[in-house]
Design a protein around this ligand. Structure first.
Ligand SMILES: Cc1cc2nc3c(=O)[nH]c(=O)nc-3n(C[C@H](O)[C@H](O)[C@H](O)COP(=O)(O)OP(=O)(O)OC[C@H]3O[C@@H](n4cnc5c(N)ncnc54)[C@H](O)[C@@H]3O)c2cc1C
Length: 469
C-alpha cells in the first residue's frame, strides 16, 4: 500500500503532532519500545499532541483500511508491529490532580512516576505496579496488578471514566452510564477497542508504606520457598508478598553483592508502619542467611524498591500463568526446572500472592482476570546472544512444570506474546472473554485494532473462548 501523508488530505496536514515515515528523523526513537527485544515497523507513525490528532489518525487509517496500533512506553511490547499506523501516545502527557476529591485525570502518555510525583505530595497514591516507569493507561487497560494489590484490589477498579477514540473515529467519554458495555470491557480488554487518550482515576489516601525485600542465596531456594509458602499463607489480607528466583547478570543495574549470582528474592509490601511490617516479616528474616535485607518504611515514591525491576529499557521475553495453588509438589516441580544446579537462561521466575482484595468482586463490572487465582507466575528471560535461543524453551519449561496447578487462564498484562487463537483467549476467564468479543463485534467490526491481544485475528477470524490447559 502506498502512503501519501503529505498530500492534501494526508495525515500531516490534519494534526498538530508529528507524522513520521520510516527512515525519517525521530521515527526510530518514537517507535522503539522499552522492551528493546522488539522492533516495530509500521508504515507510518503518529505522535499526537491532542485527542483531536488521534481522531484524525484513526479516521485516516480507517478510510485506507490500515490497522492501528498504540504504544505508550513499550513495556508491553511482545511482538513486532508490522505495517499500519502506529500511534505513540507519549505526547499526551497531561496530569490533572483534584486532591480534594481524590481524582486524577491522566493522559495516555503518562508514566506512573509522573503521576505519583504529583499525587504523593498531596497525600494520595494511585495503584502502581512493580515499576513506576510503566504507563498508567496501558497498565490499567490490562487490569493493573498493583504492588499493594491484596490491600486495595486491581488498579482497573479505580478507573472512573475513559476517554477513547473508537475505530469509527468518534471521541467518546465512557463510564458506568455512557457506553457502559465499552467501559466494562476496556478495563482488562487492553487495546481491543480503540485509542484511549486519557483516563480518570480514583486516588487513595496514603503516602508511606512498608516495603522492600530480603535476598537469600539461591542454593537455599528449597528452604526459603518452603518457609515462604507457610509464611505467606498466614499473612493478613492487606499484606502483599511475592518471591522470585533471580539469575542476575554481571551488570551494573544489579547491586555488587548480587552481580552474576543466582538468588531468591522475597518481596513484601504493606500499607502499614515499621512496627507492623517488622512484626509480619520477622519469620522470613529468621530463614537461611540473607545476603541483603532492604525492607523498611518507604515513601510511595520509592515503590520501585520492592521488586527492583530494571530501571532502563531492557530486552525481554516473558510469559505468565495463574495458579490455583503452589504447594510442596509445585515447588519441587519449579525447582527441578529453575532451581539450584539448573543452568537456566531465565533472569526471573516470579510468584506473586493473589487473594485478599484481589479476590473480591469488583463494585463495577470489568474484564479483569485473576480474581480466582492464588498465585500469578511470570517467567522472563533476556533474549540476547549467546542465550537468545534458549530463553523461549526455558519459559515454556517453567509453564509446563506448573501446568498441573494452573487455573487455565492468565492475566493479559503478564500473558506475554498473544499466541494463536487458543492461547490469547486464555488471557481472560470465559465471561470476560465473551463480553470482550461482543464489544469487539460492536465497536471494531472491521478489526482496525488487530495488533497485540486482539480477539479477532489479523485474518478477521474470531478467537475461541479459552479451553482449560
Ligand atoms: C518491568 C515491568 C514491570 C511490570 N509490572 C507490572 C505490574 O506490577 N503489574 C501489572 O499489572 N503489569 C505490570 N507490567 C506489565 C504492564 O502493565 C503492561 O505491559 C502494560 O501494558 C504496559 O503498558 P505501557 O503503556 O507502559 O506499555 P505499551 O507497550 O506502550 O502498551 C502495551 C499495550 O497496552 C495497550 N495500550 C497502551 N496504551 C494504550 C492506549 N492509549 N489506548 C489503547 N491501548 C493502549 C496496547 O495494546 C499496547 O500494545 C510490567 C511490565 C514491565 C516491563
Amino acid at each position: 500500500m502506498t502512503i501519501i501523508d503529505t498530500e492534501p488530505g494526508g495525515l500531516a496536514d490534519q494534526v498538530e503532532g508529528r507524522v513520521l515515515r520510516p527512515g525519517e528523523d525521530g521515527f526510530a526513537d518514537a517507535a522503539r519500545p522499552w522492551n528493546v527485544a522488539v522492533e516495530h515497523h509500521p508504515d507510518l507513525l503518529l505522535v499526537p499532541r491532542s485527542p483531536q490528532d488521534v481522531v484524525a489518525g484513526v479516521r485516516w487509517a480507517a478510510e485506507r483500511g490500515l490497522p492501528v496500533a498504540v504504544q505508550s512506553t513499550g513495556h508491553g511490547a511482545t511482538e513486532a508491529i508490522t505495517g499500519g499506523l502506529l500511534i505513540s501516545t507519549l505526547g499526551l502527557d497531561t496530569v490533572e490532580v483534584d486532591a480534594e476529591n481524590r481524582i486524577a485525570r491522566v493522559g495516555a502518555g503518562v508514566r506512573w512516576a509522573e503521576l505519583l510525583a504529583r499525587t504523593v505530595p498531596e497525600g494520595l497514591i494511585g495503584l502502581c505496579g512493580s515499576s513506576s516507569d510503566v504507563g498508567v493507561v496501558g497498565y490499567c487497560l490490562g487490569g493493573g496488578l498493583p504492588i499493594l494489590g491484596r490491600a486495595f484490589g486491581f488498579a482497573a477498579e479505580q478507573v472512573r471514566s475513559i476517554e477513547i477514540v473508537t475505530p469509527d473515529g468518534r471521541l467518546r467519554t465512557v463510564d458506568g452510564e455512557h457506553d457502559a458495555d465499552l467501559f466494562e470491557v476496556l478495563k482488562g480488554g487492553k487495546g481491543n477497542f480503540g485509542v484511549v487518550t486519557s483516563i480518570e482515576l480514583d486516588l487513595i489516601p496514603l503516602t508511606d508504606f512498608y516495603g522492600g525485600g530480603i535476598i537469600y542465596p539461591g542454593e537455599d531456594a528449597a528452604e526459603v520457598l518452603t518457609a515462604f509458602r507457610a509464611w505467606a499463607a498466614g499473612l493478613p489480607d492487606g499484606a502483599c508478598p511475592s518471591v522470585a528466583l533471580l539469575r542476575l547478570p554481571d551488570m551494573e543495574f544489579a547491586p555488587p553483592p548480587l552481580r552474576g549470582r543466582f538468588v531468591v528474592h522475597v518481596r513484601f509490601a504493606l500499607p502499614g508502619d515499621k512496627a507492623e511490617g517488622d512484626r509480619l516479616l520477622a519469620p522470613m528474616r529468621a530463614v537461611s542467611t540473607p545476603i541483603m535485607d532492604t525492607a523498611g518504611p518507604l515513601s510511595y515514591l520509592q515503590v520501585d524498591l520492592v521488586n527492583l525491576d530494571p530501571p532502563e529499557p531492557t530486552p525481554f521475553e516473558q510469559a505468565g500463568v495463574l495458579l490455583k495453588e503452589f504447594g510442596e509438589d509445585a515447588q519441587a516441580a519449579l525447582l527441578e526446572v529453575a532451581g539450584p544446579g539448573v543452568h537456566s537462561p531465565l533472569l526471573l521466575v516470579e510468584l506473586r500472592l493473589m487473594g485478599g482484595a484481589l479476590g473480591r468482586p469488583s463494585r463495577v463490572r470489568d474484564a479483569v482476570s485473576g480474581r480466582d487465582a492464588a498465585w500469578c507466575v511470570s517467567a522472563l528471560g533476556v533474549p540476547v546472544p549467546p542465550i537468545a535461543e534458549l530463553v523461549p524453551p526455558a519459559i515454556e519449561q517453567v509453564l509446563d512444570a506448573l501446568r498441573p496447578w494452573a487455573t487455565g487462564y492468565t492475566m493479559v498484562n503478564f500473558h506475554g506474546r498473544p499466541g494463536d487463537a487458543t492461547d490469547r483467549a486464555r488471557a481472560w476467564p470465559p465471561d470476560a472473554f465473551e463480553a470482550i468479543s461482543r464489544a469487539k463485534r460492536r465497536y471494531d467490526p472491521d478489526n482496525l485494532m488487530r495488533f497485540g491481544h486482539a480477539v479477532l485475528l489479523p485474518s478477521g477470524e474470531p478467537v475461541e473462548p479459552a479451553i482449560p490447559l
